[in-house]
Design a protein around this ligand. Structure first.
Ligand SMILES: Nc1nc2c(ncn2[C@@H]2O[C@H](COP(=O)(O)OP(=O)(O)OP(=O)(O)O)[C@@H](O)[C@H]2O)c(=O)[nH]1
Ligand SMILES: [Mg+2]
Length: 239
């Protein structure tokens, strides 16, 4: 069972000063409004209503955090989350590029997003969600370029792959990887950028995305047990 299924709503934040004072690693889902961020989070966490998904663009206007760890799955979902056992946080970021939002609100979101991805130390990686039919809009590139200098990984998820045929899917995957590979630092070294296809509708790429996200936040390695940290002394050899 995926560890992401343990996800619980943690908190919602509208200002950087209110960011959770946790120290566990975070992974943020960024992307254009309507690209399918909330839907992807719901599918990966195997919970229909966890992140709000909607036909109305611009729905996610705050940063919504979900915690993994310290909670049971399924029938015990109403139990309290044990805060000390939280392993990592997922962040559903407000979608960008939604035209019908007023100038001030847009500015507020962009500042919130830019500052969060550039300054949040515990942010381990970014998941960049893009519609497979139109990846790399200007704001996607801005997001990528804000985050790239951190040297941390970006995993691109091309959503709505169900809208493409096989050929189109192969081509867009190849083009996206080539675009990501074209980013190099001043020494000519590439960045840890990866990409995959995804469809919530046809359930394409769920295992691949799960494995990648678990690895990026260290969920693939079991936390040390108290015995690992403080092993019992070996008994003296009796002669
Ligand atoms: N065909 C298809 N539609 C999808 C897929 N994923 C999401 N959608 C639809 O796309 C629309 C937007 O999805 P959301 O998950 O709300 O998008 P979002 O990125 O969270 O949008 P904001 O909250 O506005 O930033 C919804 O109508 C979804 O049902 C998919 O894989 N295939
Ligand atoms: Mg959303």
């Amino acid at each position: 069972m995926s560890k992401l299924w343990q996800a619980r709503f943690f908190t919602t934040v509208n200002h950087l000063r209110d960011l959770p004072r946790t120290t566990v690693p975070e992974i943020a889902f960024a992307g254009r409004s309507n690209a399918g961020k909330s839907t992807a989070i719901n599918i990966l966490c195997n919970q229909k209503g966890l992140a709000f998904a909607s036909k109305t663009p611009g729905r996610t206007q705050h940063i919504n955090f979900f915690s993994i760890g310290g909670a049971h799955v399924a029938m015990h979902r109403k139990d309290e989350t044990n805060q000390a056992e939280i392993r990592c946080l997922l962040a559903d970021l407000p979608g960008y590029g939604y035209a019908e939002v007023s100038g001030d609100a847009k500015l507020h979101w962009q500042r919130l997003l830019g500052d969060y991805v550039q300054r949040r130390e515990q942010l381990a990686a970014l998941v960049l969600i893009m519609d497979a039919r139109r990846p790399f809009t200007d704001l996607d590139i801005q997001m990528l370029e804000w985050f790239a200098p951190s040297g941390k990984p970006i995993h691109c998820i091309l959503t709505k792959a169900d809208k493409l045929n096989r050929n189109e899917s192969v081509n867009i995957l190849r083009q996206t990887q080539a675009k990501l590979d074209s980013y190099v630092d001043e020494d000519g070294v590439g960045f840890p950028f990866t990409v995959q296809l995804f469809s919530a509708l046809k359930r394409i790429g769920i295992e691949e995305a799960t494995a990648k996200i678990e690895q990026l936040v260290g969920l693939d390695i079991d936390p040390p047990t108290p015995e690992d940290l403080d092993p019992p002394e070996a008994p003296d050899d009796e002669q």
